[in-house]
Structures are given as C-alpha cells and as structure tokens.
Ligand binder design. Structure first.
Ligand SMILES: Nc1nc2c(ncn2[C@@H]2O[C@H](COP(=O)(O)OP(=O)(O)OP(=O)(O)O)[C@@H](O)[C@H]2O)c(=O)[nH]1
Ligand SMILES: [Mg+2]
Length: 260
C-alpha cells in the first residue's frame, strides 16, 4: 500500500446507523479522485455496534488496509478522539469530519484549495460566512445558540471567525502535529482551542464557506454540551495565562521525513 497522502479522522459515538453510508460515500469519492488515503474511525466507547459496522464495511469493500477503527473502552469526548486520531495520522494532510457528513465530503476540495494548493496550514468549513450554503438548518434554537456561542468565542478568545464549530477541518500535518500535541481539551471546546493556539503561533488559517445540511440524529445533549463549551473557553484563557500554549518545537519530525 502506498503511504497515504490524506488521512480522514471520524470521531464516532453510537454511529452504527450513519457510519456505513458515510464510509461508502467517502471511499467512493476518494477512489474517484485516485487519492492515496487512510480512514481512522475513532469509536469513543459506543454502546452500539459502531466498530463492528466499520470492520464489516472494511472487509466487504476490501479496504482493511486503509480503514481502521480505534475503540476507547469508555467515552472520552470528541476532542480526545480527534486528537488521538490526528496524532496517529500518516497522511501529509488530515481532515476530521463528523460522521453525519453534514458538510458533504465533496466540500473537501474547497479546503484543499487553501491548504494543498494554497500552502496554508489549516482550512476549516464554516456555515456563517459569505458564500456558506446551509441547505438544511438545525432547529432554530440550536442555530441561535451556536451564534450566541460564537459571540462568546470572539469576546473571550479574540478569534475573528464566525463559525469555529463546524466538524470539517483540514490540516497540513507537518505544521500541525505540534498543535495536536499541545491540545488539552477532550470535549467539544477543542475546535476553539486548536484555532486559538494556531493563531497564537501565527499559522496560516482560513475559514472557508461550505455547503452544510443538518442531520437530525444528534449525539449531543444540549444543556451539558453548551455549558461544557462555555467552561472550555475559560479553560483556554487560563491555559494561555499559565503558558500551556508556548511552542515546544519546530518544525515537527514529520516534516523531515520523505513522504511518498
Ligand atoms: N469521539 C466522540 N465523538 C462524538 C461524541 N459525541 C458526538 N460525537 C461525534 O461528533 C460528531 C458530531 O456529532 P453530532 O451528533 O452530529 O453533533 P453536532 O453536529 O455537534 O450537532 P447536530 O447539529 O445535532 O448534528 C459525530 O461524528 C459524532 O459521532 C463523543 O462523546 N465522543
Ligand atoms: Mg452533526
């Protein structure tokens, strides 16, 4: 197997119904583009058959060398799972995407334009900048609370973005491995933390308008989720004050290695 150019990390919690069709769509798309890829599905203590479903797909599609599932014994959080996947990624570029593919996988091309072609470090999908195309909306109260959260993000972290929470982000791993090493938050605030540290380190980050379609089968419980994310914003500030986000080393060992 050629070493992968692209790794796709999918955090998954009780996704036995969505993960099969999602893997099919992703692999069909990547094979049509003849990209060398690996998929890492991070099963975070699911109580359903998520891992079995992934293994079944890999066997049936004859992709056991490229599609891997990593299971946690207990539920550790989306941030924990994405971090673990990203630190294992072999690809020169790595995308993490939600299992519901609310941002369709074809939107990857828009992120690649910034990172692969444009030489950027990070590009991330956004539902709230000019050109974004939200074709199926979340319930109004979810959408409004997302916008209110974004005001808190701007106010408490100074980040200039409109939508930090879209689960569709692409990284140039030779520059971003350090970022994941420094990540501390295991929960849903991790996106803000990554963007905060990237900005602090002067990395090239681009918010990109994407197509987005809400998928109704939500895995998050709203009240603890929203509260946890607010607490995470304060944690980020506190970590920064304590010097947790000082750059450790540069460039990462990965960028020294020849890649196929
Ligand atoms: N690793 C991990 N992933 C999770 C957890 N909870 C949700 N996810 C995953 O995170 C992604 C987003 O979850 P969704 O349920 O779509 O939540 P959302 O997109 O924030 O909210 P919705 O608008 O309701 O879709 C999916 O891939 C989920 O499987 C968790 O506790 N751990
Ligand atoms: Mg979703």
């Amino acid at each position: 197997m050629n070493p992968p150019t692209l790794t796709i990390v999918i955090p998954a919690y009780n996704e036995e119904n969505r993960i099969g069709p999602t893997l099919e769509r992703i692999t069909r798309y990547l094979e049509s583009r003849e990209v060398s890829f690996e998929l890492l599905i991070m099963d975070d203590g699911s109580t359903d058959g998520t891992s079995d479903r992934v293994n079944q797909f890999a066997r049936q599609a004859d992709l056991t060398e490229r599609v891997h599932v990593h299971s946690s014994a207990s539920n550790r959080g989306k941030g924990y799972s994405v971090r673990r996947g990203m630190l294992e990624a072999q690809g020169e570029f790595a995308l993490f995407t939600d299992a519901d593919l609310s941002a369709p996988i074809e939107e990857l091309a828009k992120l690649e334009k910034e990172v692969v072609e444009g030489g950027g470090d990070i590009a991330f999908g956004s539902r709230d900048v000019q050109g974004s195309d939200v074709q199926v909306h979340q319930p109004w109260w979810r959408e409004s609370s997302g916008k209110i959260f974004n005001h808190f993000v701007r106010f408490l972290t100074g980040l200039p973005y409109s939508d930090t929470q879209c689960g569709f982000k692409l990284f140039r791993m030779s520059r971003c491995e350090n970022l994941f090493e420094q990540q501390t938050l295991p929960g849903f605030g991790f996106d803000v933390e990554l963007l905060y540290v990237a900005r602090r380190w002067g990395m090239a980050v681009k918010e990109v308008p994407v197509v987005w379609r809400h998928s109704p089968d939500s895995k998050v419980q709203f009240v603890p989720h929203a509260f946890g994310m607010l607490v995470d914003l304060f944690r980020i500030r506190w970590n920064d004050v304590r010097g947790r986000y000082r750059k450790q080393k540069e460039p990462s060992a990965r960028s020294q290695e020849p890649r196929g």
